[in-house]
Design a protein around this ligand. Sequence first.
Ligand SMILES: [Zn+2]
Length: 448
Amino acid sequence: MAQTLARVTCPNCNQPFTAPLEQVLDVELDPSAKARLLSGQVNIVVCPHCGMGGSVNMPFIYHDASKDLALVFLPMEAGRHDLERQQLIGSLSRAVMNQMPPEQRKSYLLNPQVFFTYDSLTKRVLEADGITPEMIETQKAKADLLRRLLEAPTSEARSTLIGENEPLLDDEFFHILYANLAQAEAMGRQDLVQRMLEVRTLLFEQTVLGRRLAARAEALQALQTQPTREKLVDLLLGSDDPETRSALITFGQPLVDYLFFQTITQRIEATEDETERKRLEDLRQEVLSIREEMKEQARQVVDARLALVQDLVTTEKPELLARRRLPELDELFFSVLAAEIEQARQDEEFEAAARLHEIWQLTMGLIQEQIPPEMILLTRLLEAEDIEEIRQLLEANHQLVTEPFVEILKQVEQELKERGESGPAKRATAALAMAQTMVKPQEGLVAP
Ligand SMILES: [Zn+2]
């Protein structure tokens, strides 16, 4: 459907080979498609004869329904004449439409934008995100500044760089820094992590934004150490940065209740100072409106899930629609759906209830499809009746019993023991012992 097998002739050794190539990149069906496109990873092949790798100039269509984008990449060499090129465009947009429920098809799909170079197509995708070429340049400059800061040999050299480039040291710069920090930590690059933390400390001390971020982190830390209503009021009064106050309220949400507002009211009544009273009253107003905003956002998410349930009931192709909206099939979706089923039963709308129940089975099935088979095997092993069942499960699924699986099993065994769940822990121990012999046949044994 989205992929096709094509004959490719290697430009290096001239030998033909078959490679899977993408013709349809649909962001809704395949969320990583956008990242692949933007990083130039679409239709990259490696010649099996000489090992030469590169991109294949094959036409493809890029579709992002959330932005009404249908873009066709049609390199100059595709199609011998105009008619053939028109037919190519037509067949690509049909391929996208065939994957969609009829009521979601829109007219822009009939008339996709055509691009002759890969570069111009990716620029259009970025433009639809509101990203201009200037913004890309600035982002590059920020990444480059981070690199220079990390390479600078001394604190003095770093301070100079910071002083000279303060306009670049904004929220986006901190995002880049934190993303790099997380990556370095994940790769276990302690040297790099150390240098990044040093740079961060300097930024916290020497830039306006850095000082604000440091104060925010400190306030949140203080609330975490002492999660009381009194402390939350003190921290809110002590911060002159609205974003920090908003973060405190979000983080301290469980504390923002009737008692919390009573605490503020008591302080208002207790003070003689007019300015102090005004500050407390403003704070009460601010907390109320932030809390209202948070509630409104939560309401909107529930409404969106409810609308999805309705769409699934009315569409001709519920499975297609459900697959397209997979990320929205979350816990909230299922609780909304369960409530709808219950309501329909109470109202004795049995037909509607049956229809909703079908949607339940369909969506649950899709969720279970997403669970890796190894996880299903693991669950069944831990629930097994006896050693014999464990042995049968492992043998029936021997292709899943690999080194990584054994590693996971080890961790699970450890965790179960630590949590004192002796039954499942025993089954994990038995499964582990058997799985280990399956992965590594004992060496040195001579066949009889
Ligand atoms: Zn080759």
